[in-house]
Design a protein around this ligand. Structure first.
Ligand SMILES: *[C@@H]1O[C@H](CO)[C@@H](O)[C@H](O)[C@H]1NC(C)=O
Ligand SMILES: *[C@@H]1O[C@H](CO)[C@@H](O)[C@H](O)[C@H]1NC(C)=O
Ligand SMILES: *[C@@H]1O[C@H](CO)[C@@H](O)[C@H](O)[C@H]1NC(C)=O
Ligand SMILES: *[C@@H]1O[C@H](CO)[C@@H](O)[C@H](O)[C@H]1NC(C)=O
Ligand SMILES: *[C@@H]1O[C@H](CO)[C@@H](O)[C@H](O)[C@H]1NC(C)=O
Length: 329
């Protein structure tokens, strides 16, 4: 009885030890995480499991999940914590294996993005949404060639939209909405190879560069800016565009002969000065959401759109037919 118990005990630990040492976090990474913890208030619940005596790969809000780099911290999320205040700790730049870094929904986080993040040569996802970060969108972001998804939305960034963003070779999602950005959309944005782009709710002005008609946009939102002119070139049957939101700008063009992308699922063009009639194919694309209200549109609503609410077509010059009242003969 006793012997077998001791036997199992020894067996258990001889199995556990090598397993554990394989996943135990790198001492440098642990040191850096503890510096980040100390940078903020002790009250922050984000760090409640960050005990120096335990394996930091097992702490909450962080982890080591890349088998190629055992024991290295690959992600860090500091989120939804009012006790995190001040700037983003510059020490985040000393976690060289980080692939995902998120500081978001932190109402007391202010200041600039620390330039130390340029040391993160493996960083793919940077999510800094819904804080009170400020400054121009920093030029040093161009050094992080590995970036795939950059989310700076819902902050207080000002200045222009930098043209270098389209030269990040791996970027496929760029979210800059709800900031205080000014100026025009860069000409260079025509060179995006595959992009989901959200610039809505800023103070952008001027015409959308024609080059953007050559970019492969999968999602485009520029709603609630001060953009002007004709953007019919954004539409073409063979484009991968599924969502387009142009609402609340000063766009002015004839909608009649716009060639809708075959996979279009959502189109919001409300509150512009768009004229002509609705393209016939609007009822034939796989739309699940539409809003063309408050424009200068006229003529019959194409068949296939009857299920949408009349409000989505309201306040135009003379749109008619289901779901609006019948056209006059
Ligand atoms: C932490 O919380 C305690 C008790 O709620 C409070 O007295 C203290 O001021 C807080 N410390 C900081 C740094 O916010
Ligand atoms: C953090 O933000 C909350 C809500 O915005 C506020 O009530 C609180 O006083 C702030 N705390 C600190 C430490 O700044
Ligand atoms: C857009 O995608 C098509 C097909 O995938 C490709 O041929 C074209 O080069 C792409 N355009 C750009 C600007 O990358
Ligand atoms: C384009 O980006 C989407 C994510 O937005 C991704 O799922 C898709 O694989 C990408 N396509 C190409 C051709 O890179
Ligand atoms: C379109 O953009 C407007 C303005 O930013 C925004 O209020 C609305 O929620 C957006 N709609 C969709 C479906 O994205």
């Amino acid at each position: 009885m006793k012997i077998s118990l001791v036997y199992y005990f020894v067996l258990f630990f001889s199995l556990l030890k090598p397993l554990q040492s394989a996943t135990i976090c790198n001492p440098n990474d642990k040191k850096v995480l503890l510096q980040i913890k100390n940078y903020y208030s002790r009250n922050a619940t984000t760090f409640s499991t960050w005990n120096p005596k335990t394996d930091c790969c097992k702490w909450s809000n962080t982890g080591c999940n890349d088998a190629a780099y055992p024991g290295r911290i690959t992600y860090l999320f500091v989120t939804y914590d009012n006790d995190i205040s001040g700037t983003i700790s510059p020490m985040v730049g000393d976690l060289p294996f980080l692939k995902t870094l998120g500081f978001y929904h932190l109402p007391n986080v202010t200041g600039l993005i620390p330039s130390t993040i340029t040391k993160l040569s493996k960083l793919e996802i940077l999510t800094l949404t819904a804080n009170k970060l400020t400054g121009p969108i920093p030029d040093f972001l161009r050094q992080i060639k590995t970036l795939q998804h950059l989310d700076l939305s819902n902050n207080r960034f000002f200045g222009t939209v930098p043209s270098f963003l389209s030269s990040l070779p791996n970027i496929f999602k760029l979210e800059l909405f709800s900031n205080k950005l000014t100026g025009t959309i860069p000409e260079s944005f025509g060179s995006f190879k595959n992009i989901s782009l959200d610039l809505s709710d800023n103070h952008l002005s001027g015409a959308v560069p024609r080059s953007l008609g050559h970019a492969n946009l999968t999602y485009l939102s520029v709603g609630r800016n001060k953009l002007t002119g004709d953007v019919s070139f954004l539409f073409a049957r063979d484009k991968p565009l599924k969502t387009i939101n142009l609402s609340r700008n000063k766009f002015k063009f004839d909608f009649t002969n716009v060639d809708l992308p075959h996979g279009l699922e959502l189109i919001y063009i409300s509150q512009n000065m768009i004229y002509g009639s609705l393209p016939k194919r609007l009822g034939k694309v796989p739309l699940y959401s539409i809003d063309v209200s408050r424009n200068q549109l006229c003529g019959p609503i194409p068949t296939g759109l009857q299920a949408f609410s009349p409000s989505k077509f309201a306040h135009n010059k003379c749109l008619c037919g289901v779901p609006l009242p019948p056209c006059k003969k």
